[in-house]
Design a protein around this ligand. Structure first.
Ligand SMILES: Cc1ncc(COP(=O)(O)O)c(C=O)c1O
Ligand SMILES: N[C@@H](CCCC[NH3+])C(=O)O
Length: 492
């Protein structure tokens, strides 16, 4: 292998405590973190029976590689654990036509949180009656689409929304089925940007102020609407089941208040999503069986205490279905050991910046939530000693970090492939065109076959939106349809 001009990367950088010690095997694929089909074959990462080098050569990088069996088996795990309840896939995690079809074919429900997510699902042929529409600011057009399509539930989130929905339901001539989204007043143990059940945030009707009860009574008295039940979602990437149990306890309390105030027994209780996944080998997520057992127990106990029949349960996992089965492949473009000075401790301090061909435009989560990821050298293994690296993107932003502290073999080279695990949720769906980078494709792999389920965005797609550029060709086909930049030999 050709030597990098900077020489092997420095291992001398005094690692911050967060970096921990280098793992014994830098190329190991912890089954907690990697897709169920991930294997090393002759040192190279294979996903769904496909080699990553071949995937990168065929589809370019950055590339989202989705293990179809992983995705569908996790959906099935929830469906089995929650048999008799409704499992809604929270499509904001990742949605495209193919995913909507898998979810439909596998018998799950789907949660959409904008008119356009709803439109994607409907266009893919998803049965409308199995869709719930969320959102704290649904427009008239979005509500009209929901009512016209005959979706299962509109999850109402404000008094304004009720006012907006009633005339549409009246015009339809049959009651529109509604859940009330409640704010249960719980501080979920997760990043503050993705906690949703404390009082001071935008979602839902507060239990504490009495707004949730007022909204429920209002909907019950409204002939054009049918109040099917209550909804609570406490946040995302939560490991601790105590928050879900506390939420279930409080929302069942509201079922009791609604019954007392109106005599109505509501048929459904939707306890939302938020079940955490392992981004790092030490993360210890709850299993669907565990969540199901605990939630069923709390709801049954609370209902018994209030002498209420147990309603039909529903849940809305997004990340726990879509997250673990997808890997992002990047090609390393530049490697820069940056001297940070000795800090008076003798040995020079060096941070090894490893730049890849994507970044915060395909994964904003590190910059936004300080998220941690597991990443490995994917096209080969190496016995070179470990060097602490920072994997960064190519954006004009110093916060454009993908993996803050990562041990890589010190002989990594431009042209090597890196794989970042567990990028299936909230990466492609939150992607942007910052610096006019293009949204990567998503390739589904299974049994040795690869299918591009979303193609790479092209510069021509982006030009089409621009008053001046629409219809003009990109200056070169190579920049419009990026292929791997470095000769394949650089990766072997
Ligand atoms: C109402 C609702 N349901 C479900 C989800 C899915 O959450 P997760 O992907 O963490 O399971 C979210 C996102 O946090 C949400 O806002
Ligand atoms: N986008 C967040 C999750 C938000 C879920 C939607 N309420 C994340 O990446 O973790």
């Amino acid at each position: 292998m050709r030597a990098h001009p900077a020489g092997p990367l420095h291992g001398a950088f005094a690692p911050p405590p967060s970096a921990g010690m280098p793992p014994a095997d830098l190329g190991a694929l912890d089954p907690q973190v990697w897709p169920r089909s991930a294997r090393r074959v002759d040192g190279e990462l294979h996903l769904g029976g496909k080699s990553v080098t071949e995937l990168a050569r065929t589809h370019g990088t950055p590339l989202f590689v989705l293990d179809e069996d992983d995705f569908r088996s996790r959906a099935a795990d929830f469906a089995t654990a929650f048999a008799g309840a409704d499992v809604h896939y929270a499509s904001k995690a990742f949605l495209c036509g193919q995913v909507a079809r898998w979810i439909a074919d596998d018998g799950l429900h789907l949660d959409a949180c904008s008119g356009n997510e709803l439109a994607v699902a409907l266009a893919a042929g998803f049965p409308a009656e199995r869709i719930a529409l969320h959102g704290n600011n649904k427009s008239l057009v979005e509500l009209q689409l929901a009512v016209d399509a005959g979706i299962g539930h509109v999850v109402v989130d404000s008094f304004d929304e009720i006012d907006r929905l009633v005339p549409l339901a009246e015009a339809k001539g049959s009651p529109v089925s509604v859940l009330i989204r409640t704010t249960v007043g719980i501080e979920a143990h997760t990043h503050e940007f993705i906690a949703t059940a404390h009082e001071d945030q935008k979602f839902g009707f507060s239990l504490a102020t009495g707004d949730a009860l007022t909204a429920a009574v209002r909907v019950i008295r409204e002939p054009a609407l049918h109040l099917a039940g209550l909804h609570s979602h406490i946040g995302s990437q939560i490991f601790d089941t105590a928050g879900f149990e506390a939420a279930a306890h409080r929302v069942v309390g509201l079922l009791g208040q609604v019954h007392q105030a109106t005599g109505e027994l509501l048929e459904e209780l939707n306890l939302g999503g938020g079940f955490g996944i392992a981004y790092l080998p030490d993360d210890d997520p709850v299993t669907p069986d565990d969540v199901a057992r605990r939630l069923r127990t709390v709801v049954a106990m609370e209902c018994a205490a209030l002498d209420l029949p147990v309603p039909r349960l529903a849940i809305e996992p997004g990340r726990a279905i879509a997250g673990p089965g997808t890997v992002t492949l990047y090609e390393i473009g530049t490697i820069k050991p940056v001297r940070l000075g000795s800090g008076g401790q003798g040995a020079p301090q060096v941070r090894n910046y490893v730049s890849v061909d994507g970044g915060m435009s395909d994964n904003i989560r590190t910059a936004l939530y300080d998220a941690d990821y597991t990443c490995v050298l994917a096209n080969r293994t190496s016995d070179a000693p470990p060097a602490l690296c920072r994997v960064v993107g190519k954006h004009c932003e110093s916060g454009d970090v993908l993996v803050r502290d990562l041990w890589l073999p010190s002989d990594v080279q431009p042209g090597d492939l890196l794989a970042v695990a567990a990028t299936g949720a909230y990466c492609w769906s939150m992607a942007s065109n910052y610096n006019y980078l293009l949204k990567p494709p998503v390739v589904a792999v299974r049994d040795g076959a690869a299918t591009e389920i979303v193609r790479r965005q092209t510069l021509s797609d982006v030009f089409a939106l621009d008053a001046v550029l629409a219809g003009r060709p990109a200056p070169s086909p190579a920049i419009d349809q990026p292929a791997p930049e470095h000769p394949v030999g650089a990766r072997s």
